[in-house]
Design a protein around this ligand. Structure first.
Ligand SMILES: [Zn+2]
Ligand SMILES: [Zn+2]
Ligand SMILES: [Zn+2]
Length: 388
């Protein structure tokens, strides 16, 4: 993720989540292009916002920004297509929402804000990679949508079941992604993390995992050739899912699961292996973009002679970071080096490793397959990686 600069005299640093500039106090936000946080001036007369460099275009805050401050979306009123019987003004990211949490319960609002922050970050990387991103209105058949809801009581950190609510399961179903609001509650999520013996559980991870399922359908399943190729890396995803799920919870995976899989959960079914690996690809791309943004330098050799000429972290093809020309080998090599730095920084703060995972050769090959699937460049997969 990049950071941004305000246009005011202080050139104030702005973050992806910023909604105002602390120097000039102007409203800042993201429009539908979804790639730049920038300031907006307010025009008293029209009651609209505008960008100084483009004064003719009128903007309004997204309703979820204006009413609940859960996003920093700005909507270009000239591009807004009114919908019959719906006068909502929603930003690019909020238009994917089918169900938002029950807002009559005020405690849900800060949790919803965390949901939106994670969703927006996940969407940003997808957009940067030029992946198809259509909501249900744009594509009723294959569009993407989100439900943020819960069947539990926020007041006891989602322990008690609500009598009136149907069960809510985090998951993906034909483009429809449900995330239980409990996952936005630090206490509830950490309890589940410990109960499931997981080393990493975050809201952003949930979004990226479920989005992985969506893109498996979008990029792979429709093509017999691509689907057959995917089975070479992830195994036969047509295996009975319920059966695999039952087996996974009955017998723990073999001790050497790390040789082939990125996480324990990935061993459950090829479908989950794809989603877990997809999520890691997104984590890696986002985090390396952040490192690049801050020009993080690194030398991890520990050798005094080498340390003298501390190299810039060798990030792949600067300006084409999200393009297919970027070599996945250089991305993964940079990641190996950077994840050590990342974990060491965390240890200095007395925290657990930010990236407690190992990328074995088979896992690197799976990530490489996903990289080529995203860019539809299967022909670039090295022949040595095939026929495993
Ligand atoms: Zn400013
Ligand atoms: Zn919004
Ligand atoms: Zn899954």
């Amino acid at each position: 993720m990049k950071t941004f600069r305000c246009s005011c005299d202080n050139k104030q640093l702005l973050f992806f989540e910023s909604s105002s500039c602390v120097s000039c106090q102007r409203v800042v936000g993201l429009d539908d292009a979804f790639n730049k946080v920038e300031p907006y001036d307010f025009d008293e007369e029209s009651g609209c916002y505008f960008k100084a460099r483009r004064p003719a275009a009128r903007y309004q805050k997204c309703d979820n920004n204006a009413d609940y401050n859960v996003c920093n979306g700005m909507v270009n009123l000239d591009d807004l297509v009114p919908e019959d019987g719906n006068d909502e003004v929603l930003c690019f990211a909020c238009r994917f929402n089918e169900t938002v949490p029950d807002l009559s319960i005020v405690e849900h609002i800060p949790l919803w804000k965390k949901m939106e922050a994670a969703k927006r970050r996940a969407l940003y990387t997808l957009k940067a990679l030029s992946l198809p991103l259509r909501n249900l209105r744009q594509d009723p058949e294959n569009g993407l949508s989100f439900d943020f809801t819960t069947d539990r009581d926020v007041n006891d950190h989602f322990v008690s079941k609500l009598d009136y609510s149907e069960s809510v399961f985090t998951g993906h179903d034909c483009g429809h992604i449900t995330i239980n609001l409990a996952e936005a509650d630090d206490v509830a999520r950490s309890q589940t993390k410990h109960a499931m013996n997981e080393r990493y559980r975050t809201l952003l991870g949930h979004f990226r995992h479920e989005l992985g399922h969506y893109y498996f359908d979008q990029l792979i399943v429709g093509s017999e050739r691509k689907h057959a190729l995917s089975k070479e890396y992830f195994g036969d995803d047509e295996l009975d899912y319920q059966e695999s799920l039952k087996k996974y919870y009955e017998n723990k995976p073999a001790d050497n699961w790390r040789d082939e899989f990125i996480s324990e959960y990935a061993t459950m079914h090829p479908y989950e292996d794809w989603a877990e690996t997809w999520a890691h690809y997104m984590h890696i791309m986002d985090t390396l973009e952040t490192a690049k943004n801050f020009s993080i330098t690194g030398s991890i050799t520990g050798d005094a002679a080498d340390a003298e000429e501390t190299d810039e972290l060798n990030l792949p093809q600067d300006s084409k970071f999200f393009y297919s020309q970027t070599s996945i080998t250089s991305v993964l090599d940079a990641w190996m080096e950077f994840s050590v730095i990342l974990n060491s920084l965390n240890r200095s703060m007395g925290m657990n490793d930010a990236y407690p995972f190992v990328l074995s050769q088979p896992v690197r090959e799976k990530i490489s397959f996903i990289h080529h699937a995203i860019h539809n460049k299967f022909s670039l997969i090295k022949s040595s990686e095939l026929g495993r």
